[in-house]
Design a protein. Structure first.
Ligand SMILES: *Cc1c(COP(=O)(O)O)cnc(C)c1O
Length: 411
């Protein structure tokens, strides 16, 4: 989104036109931004055999998934439902990896039945897998490398107290199971966390994994996870991709030479690919003066964007109805849910009026996918703009959706 002729536009379409046509609250995704990010990642790792496995829990709209496929990106999924969404979007089973975390064995079986590669995160499940499939089905192992990384505790996954993955200290137990069942371990995986700004974290984790890899002679893939930090506001520190690319490429090449085979290097970015492509638009229901602060109350809430309340995430908020006015007034921005749902505090913005349209940046990842019907409100519509074409990719919900599956009994 940028200013052109004194109005905000996304790929030449004025955003206020979008809000008029599709109404607010509204999620809008800029496909060209996704393409740009995919290309950054591809060029960063152009010297190795790199594959992008989009961690689709960030944004599972099937048209977004389809765009990923068009861009040569594959999928990392975390549930049977995400497998189905991937297949629906046109991915072949071979392009999908199921990274499980404490799921039932039914879901592992479901994945195998769908011909989707499974990434196993605990020893009991690995044992069961061995008993049932032996070496007839290839498998990946999710390892916890004991590397601390990520924006805050809620989104760290690779440290020693995390629930995720098989602890690296249990290497002997892993190898015992691999030998006992003659397991066909084709890949090792780790995912340290989210919002990792220090590239060194990736390098540290990669070193642990590459060392471990020598214990598994038949690997095809090394998966270093996702978690690249994106920018939320001007001047924000982000992962230095170019620097990381250089170091990791070197490490990986040296490893492949020693290992005696060129493996595929996988990443599973979520936020990196879709955070910045997404915008949530909402209207001011009320501008409310209080003795000590003034608030803007929007026609959306934590039901549509929970990240500020759940993770204290920072989202830039822009009054797109006042594109050129001076930012001379301080506001708190809140939602309409009957529960505290602060979006932003003490933000300098143009003097606001009821009916003004506001835009949240970085709303493409963990926005709609974490939305709920709390307060029995509808989930927003979603729009994808690609090659200057505007596509409605999800209709706004209706009362039918709220009532669906509810049963009114005779009492
Ligand atoms: C959520 C998740 C990711 C993506 O994390 P981002 O911070 O969005 O890049 C990658 N891998 C796995 C296994 C995940 O669960």
């Amino acid at each position: 989104m940028h200013l052109a002729n004194n109005q905000y536009v996304i790929q030449n379409t004025p955003v206020l036109d979008l809000c008029n046509e599709f109404e607010t609250p509204l999620y809008v995704y800029d496909g060209s931004k996704i393409e740009e990010k995919v290309n950054i990642l591809k060029s960063t790792f152009s010297d190795v055999n790199m594959k992008i496995k989009y961690a689709c829990k960030a944004n599972t709209n099937i048209s977004v998934l389809k765009l990923m496929k068009t861009l040569g990106v594959e999928l990392d999924v975390v549930s049977p439902q995400e497998i189905q969404l991937g297949l629906k979007a046109g991915f072949s089973p071979k392009q999908i990896t199921f990274t499980s975390s404490g799921v039932s064995f039914d879901e592992i079986e479901n994945s195998v039945e769908n011909d989707v590669l499974v990434n196993i995160d605990n020893l009991p499940t690995l044992e069961k897998f061995g008993e049932k499939y032996g070496n007839t089905v290839p498998v990946m192992l999710r390892i916890r490398p004991n590397v601390v990384g990520g924006g805050n505790l809620k989104i760290m996954t690779g440290h020693k107290d995390s629930k995720f993955g098989i602890a690296i200290e249990q290497k002997d137990q892993i190898l015992a199971l691999v030998n006992k069942y003659n397991l066909d371990v084709v890949g090792l995986h780790q995912h340290t966390g989210s919002d990792i700004k220090d590239g060194q974290t990736f390098v540290d984790a990669a070193k642990v994994m590459l060392e471990l890899a020598f214990s598994f002679p038949d690997l095809k893939y090394m998966d270093f996870g996702g978690g690249f930090k994106v920018s939320y506001k001007e001047g924000d520190a982000i992962t230095d991709m170019a620097g990381l690319g250089k170091i990791l490429t070197q490490e990986f090449k040296t490893f492949c030479t020693k290992y005696g085979k060129e493996l595929e290097l996988w990443f599973e970015p979520g936020k990196f690919l879709v955070s910045e492509c997404g915008y949530l638009f909402a209207e001011a229901n009320v501008v409310k003066e209080n003795p000590t602060f003034t608030l803007i109350g929007l026609n959306t809430g934590l039901n549509h964007l929970i990240r500020p309340m759940m993770y204290d995430a920072y989202h830039e908020v822009i009054n797109v109805s006042k594109p050129t006015q001076a930012k001379d007034t301080e506001y708190n921005v809140v939602g309409y849910i009957c529960e505290t749902d602060d979006f932003a505090k003490n933000r300098m913005m143009p003097s606001a009026d009821q009916g003004d349209v506001f835009c949240f940046l970085n709303a493409g990842a963990y926005g709609f996918t974490m939305a709920s019907n709390y307060n029995s409100r509808f989930k927003p519509a979603e729009v994808l703009i690609y090659k200057e074409k505007v596509h409605l990719v999800r209709a706004r919900e209706t009362m039918e959706d709220i009532l669906k599956n509810q049963i009114l009994v005779e009492l």
